[in-house]
Design a protein around this ligand. Structure first.
Ligand code: BTN
Length: 275
């Protein structure tokens, strides 16, 4: 029995997300386990939670550092009745939910770096990896994997990560309850997810994302297999695509699933750091 996991189960017992929580003190990757469980018929809202991962997966083939005793690593099984082309919207709503929940639990102003990193003052606090399996023209399931640097001490960060990543503890100086943080995350995710299933990509969700976006107004470069494009990020449009205005004033649309944010213009970054 792990006490903080019991507390979390108690907090989620009447909810969709976290109604069932499968806990592993060590696992290769919660996303891999969630895939297997989802294929085996696990119901929507099931959470795979781990204290540590030996092969935590990041986006674009990167790994996710997952030491024990400090952070949150979990994957949620979702079965949304949507078209596969709408799956990137789940990533956007997860960003809103995560930014809100992590701000509430830490007192820090956590923001979203498109498409789905959670940042505090230019450093990464949390990452989201959504993986979809299709079925015919629909979605069989989506695995929403989230890693949050919670109580990771600054001195324990691997040297290369210290420049770009941080934790709630390193920034707030507070020991944060993992059960409290996870319960808040699950609840915010549940509210945004059920609203999305009811209403689709609503004006409210779009405005909320734009309000929490760290990149709006900044000069950024987005990359895809077809190449890179630079411009000023001006927010999401009504379909959830990110709009970028290039140097000639032309507007371009980008879908989270197809593109990655490669870099933020250094002057803008510095200005943000100072501000
Ligand atoms: C990223 O920013 O690159 C995404 C990181 C996602 C990490 C989480 S930790 C829990 C879940 N299991 C994994 O193997 N990856 C995700």
């Amino acid at each position: 029995m792990v006490m903080w996991v019991d507390d979390l189960r108690q907090a989620c017992k009447d909810r969709l997300i976290g109604n069932e929580i499968l806990f592993f003190s060590e696992i290769d990757s919660t996303n891999r386990e969630a895939h297997d469980r989802a294929r085996g018929g696990a119901r929507e809202g099931t959470v795979i939670l781990a204290d540590s991962q030996s092969r935590g997966k990041g986006r674009r083939g990167r790994s996710w550092e997952s030491p024990s005793g400090a952070n949150l690593y979990f994957s949620i099984i979702l079965r949304p009745p949507i078209y596969p082309s709408h799956a990137p919207l789940i990533t956007l709503l997860a960003g809103v939910a995560a930014a809100r929940a992590l701000s509430a639990v830490s007192g820090l102003e956590c923001l979203i770096k498109w498409p789905n990193d959670i940042f505090f003052r230019g450093k990464k606090l949390a990452g989201i990896l959504a993986e979809m399996e299709g079925e015919g023209s629909g979605v069989r399931f989506i695995i929403l994997g989230i890693g949050v640097n919670v109580n990771w001490r600054r001195e324990d960060f691997p040297a290369d990560l210290g420049m770009t990543a941080t934790s709630l503890h390193a920034e707030s100086g507070k020991e944060i309850s993992r059960a409290g943080a996870a319960a808040g995350l699950f609840w915010e995710l549940e509210k945004e997810y059920t609203a999305f299933i009811r209403e689709g990509f609503s004006a409210r969700l779009r405005e909320e994302w734009n309000r929490l976006s760290w990149i709006n107004g900044k000069q950024v470069t987005l990359s895809s297999p077809e190449g890179a494009l630079s411009g000023r990020a001006v927010g999401l449009d009504t379909d959830g695509a990110l709009l970028l205005v290039d140097g000639k004033g032309k507007t371009h649309r980008f879908i989270a699933g197809d593109m990655s944010l490669q870099r933020i213009n250094k002057d803008e970054w510095d200005a943000d750091e100072r501000g």
